[in-house]
Ligand binder design. Sequence first.
Ligand SMILES: Cc1cc2nc3c(=O)[nH]c(=O)nc-3n(C[C@H](O)[C@H](O)[C@H](O)COP(=O)(O)OP(=O)(O)OC[C@H]3O[C@@H](n4cnc5c(N)ncnc54)[C@H](O)[C@@H]3O)c2cc1C
Length: 287
Amino acid sequence: MTTQEVPAPSAADPSTDPMRPRPFRLLAHRFDTDDTVTVRLEPVDGVPLAFEAGQYTMIGMLGAGEVPISISGDPAVPDLLQHTIRDVGGVTHALVRARPGDLVGVRGPYGRGWSVMDGAGGDVVLVAGGIGLAPLRPALLEILAHRHRFGRVVVLYGARTPADILYADTLDSWRSDGVDVAEIVDYGPPGYRGRVGRVTTLVPRAGFDPANTLALVCGPEIMMRYAAAALADRGVPPGRIRLSLERNMKCGIGLCGHCQLRELFICTDGPVLPWSRVEALLRVKEV
Ligand SMILES: Cc1cc2nc3c(=O)[nH]c(=O)nc-3n(C[C@H](O)[C@H](O)[C@H](O)COP(=O)(O)OP(=O)(O)OC[C@H]3O[C@@H](n4cnc5c(N)ncnc54)[C@H](O)[C@@H]3O)c2cc1C
């Protein structure tokens, strides 16, 4: 081979480089609560972002950084990417302040999702705490798209206060679609007539057949531990209780190790994992 035939070193192929974000344009921006927005994004290159309910993207803005955020939109509408984002720090603040027309960078989708259709033929229970309803929304939309294949569909949703309830109008439309939705708040203002208490207290009385149920749980880790234990006490098999775990993630593709939980890389082995796999790990403090 002559020197002229040696292939020149080239940059990674942009179409396959998993660390290279794709530009998305922000189309719409809706405040769900004081500190949480749902953004609608379209791919600038027009290529839809197909995803499974429960997957996340690494999303960021130039100069701010990149964070993992679950996809909260409809898996049947892959040309419209939706994320529901709570403003907790540097990157989420920049994303929450973005305005229609702004560009954001998106990598993914990443991780293992809910595999909702595993629940076909039985009942499904979704237990959500706070912003944990966002990653469950695509699962519920997929269930509703195949409603005839599922038995009872139950949503148990806990928020800190009535003002923190996400998708309030959507909860009513889910009720109209035959979903048994129960919400509960930790603190109700004077005169509040809804349920007050922990979301886990709803599990024992909810209407589903435990032996034939798929349970999907998302929220703060402590809430998920108690919810999973309550579902197991009720008789749902631990392998049929799925949790979406959160760990600090940087690469999203199992390289950097930031999200490691003993033998698991939550970014690729999860974020959705069965209770039977993680119960022992989540009992260890600081793991
Ligand atoms: C798989 C996955 C899915 C997620 N989905 C969503 C979602 O749908 N919507 C959403 O609003 N957030 C979601 N998060 C959490 C989101 O990634 C963090 O809020 C974000 O990384 C915070 O970055 P920041 O720069 O804004 O804040 P920082 O300045 O980095 O942190 C601000 C505060 O948030 C805490 N924090 C940082 N990262 C996390 C984390 N991963 N989990 C819990 N607390 C954290 C920090 O300890 C600190 O107290 C998800 C996280 C993971 C791992």
